[in-house]
Ligand binder design. Structure first.
Ligand code: AMP
Length: 530
């Protein structure tokens, strides 16, 4: 028998087997799985009434919220394709992604309606604007209110629109090797495979209570939206990861599980008031997005007695590729355990993983030879939305090439040591260096600019701008930084600026970014990512 693998199965299972169990907590709102499912069904019907049909794109711009969680299923139930964007970007970015994806309906949290109103004229294809009100925020002109829209809708599942497992669930925009972000097309089959990885390797059960430290827009919360629901676990929504709030949520809600970038873990570990909170549940914290310092692993496990887990993956792989599970036949005594947990991990079930070196050959498992990580399996995306030429650059010979450089140890655990792609990862979010350079080039005093990632204690990595000024010009760091702040999302702004006479180039004129980065990374023990 062949039954399409459709993520809606997860919601149906939770509703039928865990109906009375608490599903979602968001501030003072609480919903059981029966209530959560009904809210998803009502949204699906409301969207259908607005004319949304299978394949149509529905954009969402929101911090984590129960509305955001409901929007994943509210769209997938009718075969609509969710376009969740990083809400920390700026209006120009929103306009690009929503028009590039041909978004028909936009859902926004109250805090983001103004940023969207500013670009309405640039989004003529958007037919409906829905506001998910936060607290008692007013409904702005030109917006339909979510709760009004769903109030009188049926609370039963809408008819299956004839879904195939290769239909799209979402298009997730990710910054990378091009100045503009690319739309990663992810299918039901991709997220189904990922849900199995998530459940199996991270040990998800109906007893789990996930604290949503991870932004839901980031690859649909690394697929946690599906995995946790499938198992009947509880979602505890967190709007912003302020340490004080996180500690009280951990204590009051009995948190057992959370996913986060190392930058968020750093804030949790460094929180001075930690000892005032009795966290009896000893949660499992899953880290990815950047390699965490080994001291983070030690501090979490030794000082707190909690569990550290690391995974590695990309939006293009829905996202889990590897997991750093200690194997029984591998020495885990003393520090050895933390060294394993500090690596990206070994392939999860169903992932065929290679680390490809010189001449297209797999590198030796000697933890010295460096190659590019490539993967094959059902979690690999369908391609970049409307950019087949970009897809062809990364999917070659049946493998997806990640642009990450790694070594492999004798047991098959990979360690990410560098990136072949021009991407900086700061606080878990990607920054395209090309995009930052484009903005710098718009500054009238700038002749040439190069942007590279350098280590940062707080953010893991941060952009450094190296600038050659126009002849006879003078500029200050502050002036450049202010210009960037006016023209891009704040998390992308270079924290440091260097002025130089000339940028290092190869004989063929190619910029030698490696040389610019090198002095900053020498102290990082051979690694070139953080
Ligand atoms: P994104 O598509 O935004 O999720 O970013 C994916 C990128 O994050 C990967 O290509 C890696 O460069 C980086 N990354 C993810 N997980 C890890 C990890 N555990 N260690 C090192 N880098 C990671």
């Amino acid at each position: 028998m062949e039954v399409p693998m459709v993520v809606n199965d997860f919601l149906f299972r939770a509703e039928s087997l865990y109906g009375p169990k608490e599903a979602v907590v968001d501030g003072d709102k609480r919903f059981t799985y029966a209530e959560f499912a009904k809210r998803c069904y009502k949204l699906a019907h409301a969207l259908s009434d607005l004319g949304v049909v299978k394949g149509d794109r529905v954009g969402i711009l929101s911090p984590n919220s129960h509305h955001f969680l409901e929007s994943f299923y509210g769209t997938s139930l009718i075969g609509a394709v969710l376009v969740p964007l990083n809400y920390r970007l700026v209006s120009e970015d929103f306009q690009y992604a929503f028009s590039h994806s041909g978004t028909k309906v936009i859902i926004a949290d109250s805090e983001l309606t103004a940023a969207l109103d500013a670009i309405r004229d640039g989004l003529p294809k958007v037919e409906h604007w829905i506001v998910a009100r936060y607290g008692d925020a007013p409904v702005p002109d030109g917006w339909k209110e979510w709760e009004d829209l769903v109030a009188d809708q049926p609370d039963t599942a809408p008819p299956d629109p004839g879904l195939d497992e290769n239909d799209l669930v979402s298009i997730n925009y990710t910054s990378g090797t091009t100045a503009r972000p690319k739309g990663v097309m992810l299918t039901h089959r991709n997220f189904y495979a990922n849900a199995y990885h998530f459940i199996t390797h991270l040990g998800i059960s109906h007893d789990d209570v996930e604290m949503w430290t991870l932004p839901m827009f980031h690859c649909n919360g690394w697929g946690g939206v599906y995995a946790l629901t499938a198992m009947g676990g509880k979602h505890v929504v967190v709007r912003g990861p302020e340490p004080e709030l996180l500690y009280s949520i951990m204590r009051d809600e009995g948190i057992t599980f959370a996913c986060m970038a190392p930058a968020v873990l750093a804030r949790i570990l460094d929180f001075e008031g930690a000892s005032e909170y009795d966290i009896a549940t000893k949660p499992r914290f899953v880290c990815a997005g950047a390699p965490p310092p080994i001291t983070f692993v030690e501090r979490l496990e030794q000082e707190r007695g909690w569990t550290f887990m690391q995974i590695y993956g990309l939006t293009e792989t829905a996202p889990i590729l590897t997991v750093a599970e200690p194997k029984p036949h591998v020495n885990t005594e003393g520090d050895a355990l933390y060294r394993i947990k500090g690596r990206a991990g070994h392939a999860s079930v169903g992932v065929q993983l290679r680390v490809v070196g010189e001449g297209g050959r797999d590198v030796a498992w000697d933890d010295t030879a460096i190659g590019e990580v490539a993967a094959r399996g059902n979690m690999v995306f369908k391609g970049y939305w409307n950019q087949p030429e970009e897809t062809a650059k990364v999917v070659r010979d049946g493998y997806f090439f990640t642009g990450d450089l790694a070594t492999v140890d004798q047991y098959g655990y990979i360690n990410i040591v560098d990136r072949a792609k021009d991407v900086i990862i700061s606080g878990g979010e990607n920054i395209s260096s090309i995009e930052v350079e484009d903005v710098l080039y718009r500054h009238p005093k700038v002749l040439e600019a190069a942007v590279v990632g350098i280590p940062s204690e707080r953010w893991g990595e941060t952009p450094l701008a190296v600038i050659v000024l126009q002849r006879g010009e003078k500029a200050t760091t502050e002036e450049i930084v202010d210009f960037c702040r006016e023209n891009m999302a704040h998390f992308k702004v270079p924290r440091q600026v260097e002025f130089t006479e000339e940028l290092p180039r190869t004989a063929t004129g190619k910029l030698k970014k490696f040389e610019l980065r090198e002095p900053y990374w020498n102290a990082a023990g051979g690694r070139r990512v953080n």
